[in-house]
Design a protein around this ligand. Structure first.
Ligand code: TRP
Length: 527
């Protein structure tokens, strides 16, 4: 791509709008006007949230496509330029739905019930049955919309802030489960515990880019809203704007035109402050306060200023309406670009959630436990190792384990002696012991560091090797305590066999059952 949408050095932003039909000046000033400015400085994704429209209009989707078209025409005529930013329809990029589903797996229902817009909207739209799963999930779908593109910022108005907060919480929870982990030792100011590596987050948390939302009253002085029928549309012709403005409320001031008024509390004054040049604002302000101009004159001037602003928009609209295919084609192009970006995120997410179509790493199990497959772990050929010095034995057994036992698609990066780093950056220590004379126990001695998993190689008197792959969650608390007590000494612990079970005995706590971790390599990610 040679156009400016391909620039990756600009911070990425994303925002969406529900297709409610032709946009009014409130929608425009509250979002689109800003987006048009942002497209020059950011890598932008702007979309029409048609799935979101269905959360409330599911019973009556007949208008959805028409509304999409109208909003698209509004976007483009307002100045969003497909050569500068990516404009698309949400449902044309089905990864939105896919990520929403995956996020729904990890999102507590209570988080959604707590979002303030949930109850508010249900009350405001009483005529609709919004006790649905989809409506509860509205803000989570929005989280998926956002996180899919890993944007730095989300430009929205104040009313959407709670949805961005939810998005950040969901991202944090997702990263906690699935992002590559690291450990920063306490000696380096870290917690010594496993945490998502901030440089490798699958879903970085975006920030709100708060859109300035100037006060834009409707014709009756209340907030401009489609449902109040008090709107001026972005697509209104100059004559319509003039006519609508002539009927605009002046806030109940100036009972007669000889009475002065206060433009600071007049809805028409608000329009001037948004759309008129400063000299006109000064002129009507003085005229109003001194009763030197009449309200109808003031309204005509406000209409003139609005029309001035809308004139280039109307002109682009005329061209677009002459060629509706160009509008649909722009959306098609946008969907292709958006899907390319979205798919990058989804590939990584499918991989960590076990949904990739990569076949490697799937073991075909005979159903027999390793102890029943002595050919794999039978080390009788190596019985002269039995008497070698512990350090030599440890090196040999680790070597053998890595070559013969560790599944070959698990790639480990060598670290310190006996320490390897997994593909998701977990530290693994491979410890070795031979069965001791006093009975069925293996005694290990390990440096007092943090490990996210221990591989315990227990070589028995029967010359069979048992390999336990023990995740940190089984030993973390006890290990932290043992580490504290050990100071600079090694931590000495054992594995014992009791009634067919294998128990890990740490200094602080005996009897952690590790039987089921035998030969279980599922916790080490494959490629
Ligand atoms: N909920 C937003 C609104 O009502 C629309 C929206 C959907 C959105 N998905 C989004 C906004 C993602 C920003 C980012 O205006």
């Amino acid at each position: 791509m040679t156009d400016s949408t391909s620039s990756t050095s600009r911070p990425r932003i994303l925002s969406g709008m529900r297709p409610t039909g032709k946009l009014h000046l409130g929608n425009y000033m509250g979002a689109l006007y800003n987006w048009v400015k942002l497209q020059h400085d950011y890598e932008c994704y702007f979309f029409i949230a048609d799935y979101h429209a269905l959360t409330t209009d599911y019973a009556d989707p007949g208008q959805v496509k028409q509304n999409i078209f109208e909003v698209a025409v509004d976007f483009l005529s307002a100045g969003l330029d497909p050569a500068k930013c990516t404009v698309f329809v949400q449902s044309h990029v089905p990864q939105h739905a896919e990520l929403h589903l995956l996020l729904s797996m990890i999102t507590p229902v209570s988080w959604l019930e707590r979002v303030p817009t949930y109850k508010d909207q249900q009350e405001q739209l009483r005529e609709k049955d919004l006790a649905t799963y989809g409506f509860l999930g509205y803000p989570l779908l929005q989280s998926a919309d956002i996180l899919l593109y890993q944007p730095r910022y989300v430009p929205v108005g104040q009313d959407q802030v709670s949805h961005i907060e939810l998005t950040r919480e969901v991202a944090r929870r997702f990263n906690y489960f699935y992002s590559p982990k690291r450990v920063v030792p306490e000696s380096q100011g870290g917690t010594g515990l496993t945490e998502p590596d901030p440089d490798k987050l699958l879903l970085p948390e975006p920030d709100v880019l708060l859109t300035p939302s100037p006060k834009l009253p409707g014709l009756d002085g209340r907030k401009m809203s489609k449902s109040y029928g008090n709107s001026i549309l972005l697509s209104d012709q100059p004559g319509t704007v003039l006519q609508k403005m002539a009927g605009m409320s002046n806030g109940g001031q100036r009972p007669t035109q000889h009475d002065p008024g206060d433009p600071a509390i007049c809805p028409v004054g608000d329009m001037h402050r948004l759309f008129s040049p400063q000299d006109v604002v000064d002129h009507i302000s003085n005229g109003c306060r001194t009763a030197a101009i009449r309200c109808d004159e003031c309204k005509v001037m406000a209409a003139g200023s609005i029309n001035q602003h809308l004139q280039p928009i109307l002109q682009r609209r005329v061209e677009l309406e002459r060629d509706p295919d160009a509008v649909w084609n722009a959306l098609d192009l946008g969907a292709v670009r958006a899907a390319a970006r979205a798919e990058q995120t989804m590939l990584a997410i499918r991989a960590v959630t076990g949904l990739s179509r990569d076949r490697s790493g799937v073991r075909v199990d005979s159903g027999l436990l390793p102890k029943d497959q002595p050919q794999i772990r039978d080390l009788s050929n190596f019985k002269d190792w039995w008497e070698t010095a512990p350090a030599v034995l440890a090196r040999n057994l680790r070597e053998l384990w890595k070559k013969e036992i560790l599944p070959s698609d698990r790639v480990l990066k060598p670290d310190a002696e006996g320490v390897w780093i997994t593909r998701n950056n977990q530290r693994m220590y491979v410890a070795v012991a031979t069965e001791s004379g006093e009975g069925k126990t293996w005694t290990f001695s390990v440096k007092p560091k943090s490990y996210e998993m221990l591989v315990l190689l227990c070589w028995g008197e029967d010359l069979a090797l048992r390999d336990f792959v023990v995740p940190q969650k089984l030993f973390l608390a006890q290990w932290v305590a043992a580490k504290k007590r050990a100071g600079k000494e090694n931590i000495v612990f054992s594995v014992s066999r009791e009634e067919g079970r294998f128990l890990l005995n740490l200094p602080e706590a005996a009897g952690i059952d590790i039987t089921d971790t035998e030969a279980n390599y599922t916790i080490i990610p494959s490629n």
